[in-house]
Design a protein around this ligand. Structure first.
Ligand code: NAD
Ligand code: SER
Length: 319
């Protein structure tokens, strides 16, 4: 990777990935793009920024040529809960946007990182220790686009030799940029509410186990898989990766260790509960560990300590 372009860079992942890539590869070598501007965003202001709609293939090609890009991190997408509100938009952005990126990568010889998700699995997938290669019959539009995306990326590698790689992210937790309308967003909101109001009403019910990961590990996964030795990769799109799995009551207990007066109740949202119930309880990420040395640094307690420390500074709240 010498010259990198990121799509959808001002969202939850891109806001932090852009800064880490710029630290490693140089500010001018990482082109940050998004369909919108976010005033005050460090990712937007610390190096080249361009407005880019990933449904416009010519615009992607123009920027790849202008900046002599060799690697694309394609993050632009509609997440699970928002995709259920507007499935047509989700199909257009998640599928046609990815197709455009892959076509540009084929023509202009770029490598491509595309995140998939725990949402690529469905109710008939084995729920505990979900294997790398298993049944994928998702029942959400988000999942349909993620499975199709995994297959399309593998096809471009096999058929055209495009260096495509990806991971199946679990729910990502971070304090820099807000999450973009997913089912796992409660695990971010809960920290804000714990600090601001000492209480949180959770929209998923007790006992809903899902894989999760702290953003520094998510960024590490994206960079490590792209820097991995291609000769060691048996899989490409997309590797199961996880760092922890928990249910709402587990994160409540972890927060209580730091903020003892914190309380949580429940008001279940049937749409997001249905989505969560169709996803794995926890994935087996041994292929990522074996093929490119994946290993997360944060568990629930160490993430909670760091989130509360960083967020209390950001929100200017003493605990
Ligand atoms: P996000 O919603 O926070 O950010 C997406 C960005 O894409 C936004 O800044 C948005 O403005 C931009 N965008 C929307 N439409 C666009 C278009 N037509 N052209 C260009 N940009 C457009 O999402 P995120 O959490 O940063 O996720 C990035 C990727 O990682 C997605 O593919 C998502 O499915 C995947 N992922 C995320 C998580 C998570 O927990 N955050 C988990 C699994 C997978
Ligand atoms: N965090 C994401 C979502 O809930 C998982 O892909 O949509």
């Amino acid at each position: 990777m010498n010259r990198i372009l990121i799509t959808g860079s001002l969202g939850q992942i891109g806001s932090e990935l852009a800064l880490e890539l710029r630290k490693r590869y140089g500010n001018d070598n990482v082109v940050v793009t998004d369909i919108r501007r976010v005033e005050g965003s460090k990712a937007m202001e610390s190096g080249p920024f361009e407005l880019l709609d990933c449904t416009d293939a010519n615009a992607i090609a123009d920027l790849v040529k202008k900046y002599r890009v060799d690697t694309i991190y394609h993050l632009a997408a509609i997440l699970s809960a928002n995709a259920e509100k507007n499935p047509q938009l989700a199909w257009n952005i998640n599928i046609n946007g990815l197709y455009n990126v892959l076509e540009v990568a084929r023509e202009l010889k770029c490598s491509v990182f595309t995140p998939s998700s725990i949402g690529a699995f469905g109710p008939t997938t084995p729920k505990d220790g979900t294997p790398q290669d298993t049944i994928q019959r998702p029942t959400t539009m988000y999942g349909v686009t993620k499975v199709s995306g995994e297959l399309l990326c593998d096809y471009y590698h096999k058929r055209f030799g495009v260096d495509t790689r990806g991971v199946r992210y679990p729910g990502l937790i971070s304090y820099v940029a807000p999450p973009g309308g997913g089912t796992t967003d409660y695990a971010v909101e809960i920290y804000y509410e714990a600090l601001k109001n000492k209480k949180y009403t959770c929209y998923l019910k007790k006992g809903t186990h899902l894989d999760m990961m702290y953003m520094p590990d998510g960024i590490k996964a994206a960079i490590d898989v792209m820097e991995a030795d291609p000769n060691k990769l048996i899989h490409r799109n997309a590797f199961n990766v996880t760092a922890m799995n928990f249910a709402p009551e587990d994160i409540e207990a972890a927060i209580k260790k730091v903020i003892p007066e914190f309380t949580m109740d429940y008001d279940v949202d049937p749409v997001r509960q249905d989505i969560a119930d169709s996803w794995p309880n926890y994935m087996d990420d041994s292929s990522a560990r074996e093929e490119w040395g994946w290993k997360p640094n944060y568990d629930l307690d160490s993430m909670t300590d760091d989130m509360i420390e960083k967020l209390s500074k950001k929100l200017n709240i003493n605990i």
